[in-house]
Design a protein around this ligand. Structure first.
Ligand code: 13P
Length: 257
């Protein structure tokens, strides 16, 4: 982390977990546990149907509500989809774009990811752009090349002044939901490389201000070590965000120092 130049953001990605009643119970628990200090930003990416309720449940707290996906078109015949404007109007502040599960199961490509980034920015949402290599790519030694390609493609056409609204989340696919976390060194190396790509695309000032998260089996035990890496400014947390006590421990780890 480097709080002097950029925000620390701890985000929970609930994926397809928690009904409305589960969400109400979690909100009650989390509100009681939230620290008083004012260091890191907290985000919860809830299932779309529970967004309006979650916005209400976390009103007047430091927890911002996020969506897990968005369509890239403004409106039209896209059955089952939601536009960025629909999300923004409901009080959504952030949106995950290009999560590896969406790339894998719903055929999202780097090109649709790029279009979604533009749609989100246009509606005033802050994108959480996910990138990450597969195990095969890591073993072949092409991780940094692949991540560079993903970042460049996703950010194509994004002007420098919009970059402070973008969070990049590095999520190695082999570490997601597997209990196999990247070592702090592995994660730190890729996050540093992501910042270097942004520096080349824009400039040092823009790169210095971008929040880069790590995601992939991050939990209460390994959070502090990962967050101690200079280029890791937060986490995108799946499994460990489902339990309020575990999630709070990660938030507390981010509030240390
Ligand atoms: P896990 O923390 O369950 O590995 O999930 C990470 C993730 O995909 C967050 O978006």
């Amino acid at each position: 982390m480097n709080r002097r130049y950029r925000k620390t953001v701890i985000a929970g990605n609930w994926k397809m977990n928690k009904t409305l009643s589960d969400t109400q119970a979690f909100a009650q628990q989390l509100r009681e546990l939230l620290p008083r200090g004012k260091w890191c930003d907290i985000v919860l990416c809830v299932p779309a149907i529970n967004i309006p309720s979650a916005v209400r449940l976390f009103k007047n707290t430091r927890v911002a509500i996020a969506a897990q996906n968005v369509h890239f078109e403004e409106k039209g015949a896209f059955t089952g989809e939601l536009s960025a404007a629909m999300l923004a109007e409901q009080g959504v502040k952030y949106v995950i774009i290009g999560h590896s599960e969406r790339r894998q199961y719903y055929n999202e490509t780097d090109f649709t990811v790029n279009k979604k980034i533009h749609a989100a920015l246009a509606a005033g949402l802050n994108p959480i752009l996910c990138v990450g290599e597969s195990l095969e790519q890591r073993e072949l030694g092409v991780t940094l090349e692949y991540i560079t390609y993903q970042v460049k493609t996703a950010l194509a056409g994004v002007p420098a002044e919009q970059m402070r609204r973008i969070i990049v989340a590095y999520e190695p696919i082999w570490a997601i939901g597997t209990g196999r976390t990247a070592t702090a060194q592995q994660a730190g190396e890729v996050c540093q490389a992501i910042r270097a790509v942004i520096r080349k695309l824009y400039d040092a000032r823009v790169a210095r201000a971008v929040t880069i998260q790590y995601g992939g089996s991050m939990n209460a035990k390994n959070a502090a070590e990962l967050l101690a890496q200079p280029d890791i400014d937060g986490g995108l947390i799946g499994g460990a965000s489902l339990n309020a006590e575990d999630f709070i421990q990660i938030i507390n780890a981010a509030n240390q120092e």
